[in-house]
Design a binder for this molecule. Structure first.
Ligand code: ZN
Length: 291
């Protein structure tokens, strides 16, 4: 009977071992379920936050647009993901563009990373009779006043480039992109190759109608030397009185991403122009701190 006793004893131990194992397994399952539940909650919270941000972004983008935004044909990631915007908020680069526009469309930011808002529509008119160059109507009127005031002091101003349509640029761009697609490049690669040659439609301030390249008949080359002419010096001093700011100052190249352009002015309205000039900031810096 010893065997029987021993057998019962062993099975007793076995039962206890199995019971312990069962308990451990249950605890493990419970722990896994908790981890899974916490994980699910985290994913849901992240997804909810993402949707919230997206809604906020879309609403912000539409704010104050001259027209309701149309479909988003541009790859949205391109402007936002590009580094070195000079905007130090850490926000996606497209956000600062939306807000100022809601408050004051004349402060709309357009640069290498921030496109012209979707559905942008402005009234343009001829600003320079001699070459029929156009600007947004409000900027054209200001330019003519400035030109007249300069002439009264013996300074000849000449608008050599103003409003450029996005459509014109789109044609150029899509032709360029097609060349790469024909070579078997992917959409994205063809887009990036085209971008190296042609400015991406909508990313030039000239597309807004608020940018003006202003020279003088005796010096029409767009170069640094223009900055030494009497015309340039007169504008450095007086342009803000007519609502224009020097958009790409020499000491702001790292922030604007554009070389010094003593001929490129941007219409922002008289009050804004005076405030920005007095602040010593470029438009990117000014918007970053005042919006
Ligand atoms: Zn220009």
């Amino acid at each position: 009977m010893q065997t029987g006793y021993q057998g019962r004893d062993m099975s007793e131990a076995e039962r206890r071992r199995r019971a312990t194992a069962r308990t451990r397994r249950r605890r493990r399952i419970l722990r896994n379920r908790i981890i899974f539940a916490v994980g699910c909650l985290a994913v849901l919270a992240l997804a909810g936050f993402g949707v919230f941000k997206l809604v906020k972004f879309v609403q912000g983008k539409g704010d104050g647009d001259p027209k309701p935004p149309a479909s988003t044909s541009q790859p949205a990631s391109t402007p936002a993901s590009a580094a070195g915007t000079g905007v130090s908020t850490g926000e996606p680069a497209s956000e600062p563009a939306a807000d100022p526009q809601g408050e004051d469309w004349l402060l709309t930011l357009v640069n290498n990373n921030v496109p012209l808002p979707e559905g942008w529509s402005i009234e343009t008119e001829v600003a320079e009779e001699s070459n029929q160059k156009e600007l947004a109507a409000v900027a054209a009127q200001a330019y003519r006043q400035m030109k007249q005031a300069a002439a009264a002091e013996g300074i000849d101003l000449l608008l050599c480039s103003g409003y450029r349509t996005v459509e014109y640029q789109e044609n150029l761009f899509s032709q360029q992109k097609q060349k790469w697609l024909d070579k078997g490049y992917s959409e994205e690669d063809a887009y990036n190759e085209a971008k190296k040659v042609v400015a991406v439609p909508g990313y030039s301030e000239h597309n807004s109608g608020l940018a003006a390249d202003i020279v003088t008949p005796k010096h029409q080359n767009l170069d640094d030397a223009f900055g030494d002419t009497d015309a340039a010096k007169w504008m450095f001093e007086h342009a803000p009185e007519y609502g224009f700011i020097l958009r790409y100052p020499e000491n702001k190249q790292a922030i604007t991403g554009i070389i010094y352009e003593p001929w490129h002015y941007r219409y922002v309205g008289v009050e804004n122009a005076k405030a920005i000039t007095a602040s010593g900031k470029c438009l990117e810096e000014y918007l970053d701190q005042n919006v």
